[in-house]
Design a protein around this ligand. Structure first.
Ligand code: MOS
Length: 687
């Protein structure tokens, strides 16, 4: 690769189209004869539908059809029971879609939905997670495919024998994904073929799921996701909206647009499970960890098992001779929880990095030094050296930049008028993985190049990053390169998820560009080269590859009211090569801000009587706004790791949130002397 574009700050290629409103999202494509769908959620938690009365709805102006289990097109009963919608008169959780109204206008569809009468025979339900729930069980594995439990040494003996111990239980509530663009779809059937414009993190997986459900060959389905207004994991696979829209379009034999409402995003799109996490740490008097145990409890639904990998972070972060992690799950009458930015690592790091702070106080060692002292070059889980581990360098540089040195560890020691001041630190880590992908590169007669890959840019800047990588791989200025993404007709590629996008896509793009340069030696005309990294990615040795970070926060807490404000957050990350400083910074500070939101604001409150979220809009479910964020700074080390992928990247979409909430919670303790172990930290818990 000749250097040049990678490492330089480019604005997003699609930026002008987005800010001028010409970039089209899933329901913004003009379609002749289009109709509008409105989804009807169930009004009970669990039970059977005994009657659907559509007469009034059908008589309402503009209403074309009401789909429900009695008349909807049939779906194949595949493994995805969650997506087997409108197929049976059974309700598994409140908010499950039980009908769709299709009308000639959005307003008519909405009004029609209001007029659908559904009777239910409701049964008892259980919707609240508790650590003594009788239904607790051990799943087969946790997301995506980790073992549920691990054990080395003898934790109980090691813990009992240690001079210093911490035993603390942390709780996190449900968190709801709220991308700017809701889950939304335009679907059109023509001659047995299905064209879908969908708001998704991966058009290829959506196509595969639709093919299975509708029993049509994948080649008969095209999924376009050119611009996507965020997802945070909730759009990682096909969800209800795309299935309902395709069903409705088939039923009325006309194109249908359907977008979930903001309120409906607090429904079956996936949310971060609540967790109950007991962490036990034991150490020598010099702070060296001797025993670590992390027991995590989370919930899933009755129709699909999603087991968050909450304690997996603890397996590799710090070393100790005696170690144990467990995951237990409860099936509740709730929508299935799913991915939300750093599933597992995010809530897990909140617990472990909080417990490390408690240990630092118990031992009487600075919390940065405690982490440095327990650093390890060898992954305690895989018993192999990390390909690169710059946690200590992040902690040192962060401490320097933040002004950590000379910190008085005494709680309530610093004051500024009525404000108590405190600072906190936390470690951060996220696995650096890659998946197989394909891509093509074409040299055109006019000297320009075209790179094609079904990557997805959910607002991260991925399109621009791959374009930069392609230019360097071709050895040409990026202005000569055009890139096409976000369409299942393009070469198949994995979804935007797990912070794997840039690593996976750039790998295939680099190989395609290299192959093109090879081919062009003999043929100077229009030439296309293809790449498929399946063998290369699959053949990579299974080494522990992680990005690391150090999160610092300073808070002020009103001594009278308990109001918490975050003065500043500062993160230093080691994430391999940074392709585009502008978009990378945006990902990192976005993650950190979401961590602030988790620490202080967000909380899904479920009312057991109704089995439903009480706060289901942005007025009552508080997400950190600009006024809550006073200063967020992200830095990164110049890290080179040759055992990753050809672009040398580790992924940055998720690491920014990992540890951020713990840094704030630790700072709140430092400011007040009060340890809140149940997020969010609200003033009523502090006074
Ligand atoms: Mo992310 S939660 O892996 O889309």
């Amino acid at each position: 690769m000749s250097g040049g574009a990678v490492g330089r700050a480019f604005p997003r290629l699609e930026g002008p189209a987005k800010v001028t409103g010409t970039a089209r999202y899933a329901v913004e494509y003009p379609v002749d004869g289009v109709t509008y769908g409105w989804a009807v959620p169930s009004a009970v938690v669990r039970g059977r539908i005994t009657r659907v009365d559509t007469a009034e709805a059908l008589a309402s102006p503009g209403v074309l059809a009401v789909l429900h289990h009695g008349n909807a097109p049939r779906l194949a009963p595949g493994p995805e029971r969650e997506l087997w919608l409108l197929q049976e008169p059974v309700v598994h959780y409140r908010g499950q879609y039980v009908a769709v109204v299709v009308a000639t206008s959005l307003e008519a569809a909405r009004e029609g939905a209001r007029l659908v009468r559904i009777d239910y025979d409701a049964g008892p339900h259980s919707t609240v997670l508790a650590d003594d729930h009788p239904g607790l069980y051990q799943p087969d594995h946790v997301n995506p495919s980790y073992p549920t439990d691990t054990a080395e040494g003898d934790f109980d003996a090691g813990y009992a024998a240690a001079p210093v111990r911490v035993d603390a239980t942390y709780r996190t509530p449900a968190y709801h994904n709220n991308p700017m663009e809701p889950h939304a779809t335009t679907a059109q059937w023509r001659d047995g073929r299905l064209l879908v414009h969908d708001s998704t993190q991966g058009a290829s997986p959506v196509r595969a799921t639709l093919a299975e459900l509708f029993e049509v060959p994948p080649e008969s389905i095209r999924v376009v996701a050119e611009h996507v207004g965020g997802g945070f994991g909730s759009k990682g696979y096909a969800k209800a909206a795309v299935v309902l829209t395709a069903l409705a379009a088939r039923h009325v034999d006309r194109p249908v647009k359907l977008a979930l409402t903001r309120q409906q995003l607090f429904g079956p799109i996936g949310y971060r499970t609540p967790t109950i996490q007991r962490v036990r740490l034991a150490a020598d008097t010099d702070g060296r960890l001797t025993a670590i145990c992390h027991d995590a409890i989370s919930q899933t639904s009755t129709i699909r098992e999603f087991a968050e990998q909450t304690a997996v972070y603890t397996r590799s972060m710090y070393a100790a001779p005696h170690r144990r992690t467990t995951h237990r799950l409860v099936r509740l009458d709730v929508p299935t929880p799913f991915w939300m930015r750093a599933p597992g690592e995010c809530p897990g790091a909140y617990a472990l990095e909080s417990a490390m702070d408690e240990l630092a106080i118990a031992v009487g060692i600075d919390p940065v030094e405690l982490r440095v002292r327990n650093d390890t070059a060898v992954d305690p889980d895989q018993a192999r050296p990390f390909t690169s581990r710059n946690l200590v360098a992040c902690l040192r540089e962060g401490a320097e930049r933040f002004g950590w040195t000379d910190r008085d560890p005494t709680p309530r020691a610093r004051r500024d008028g009525r404000w108590l001041l405190g600072t906190g630190v936390a470690g951060s880590a996220y696995p650096a993985r890659a998946r197989p992908s394909t891509a093509t590169a074409t040299a055109r007669p006019d000297g320009s190049f075209l790179v094609r890959i079904n990557a997805t840019d959910i607002g991260t800047g991925a399109r621009t990053a791959i374009w930069q990588v392609a230019a360097d791989a071709l050895g040409v200025p990026p202005e000569q390169v055009e890139i096409h993404i976000g369409d299942s007709e393009l070469p198949t590629a994995p979804l935007a998820g797990g912070s794997m996008g840039t690593a996976s896509w750039s790998w295939a793009v680099i190989r395609a560009c290299q192959a093109l340069r090879e081919k062009r030696r003999d043929n100077p005309g229009e030439v296309t080269a293809e790449a498929d990294t399946t063998d290369e990615v699959g053949g990579q040795p299974a080494l522990p590859r992680y990005a690391y970070g150090a999160q610092f926060a300073e808070v002020r807490v009103d001594a009278d009211t308990g109001e918490v404000r975050v003065n500043r957050m500062l993160g230093v990350f080691a994430a391999g090569r940074v392709v585009n400083p502008t978009t990378a910074r945006s990902q990192l500070i976005g993650g950190m801000t979401m961590g602030l939101s988790m620490a202080l604001h967000e909380e899904g409150l479920l009312d057991e009587r109704y089995g439903d979220w009480v706060n289901h809009d942005l007025a009552t479910y508080h997400i950190t706004g600009c006024a809550d964020v006073e200063s967020v700074e992200a830095y990164w080390l110049d890290e080179h790791d040759d055992e990753l992928n050809p672009a040398g990247v580790k992924g940055i979409g998720e690491i920014g949130i990992v540890g951020a909430a713990a840094a704030i919670a630790n700072a709140v303790h430092h400011a007040t002397g009060v340890r809140i172990r149940e997020l969010p930290i609200r003033l009523d818990k502090l006074i």
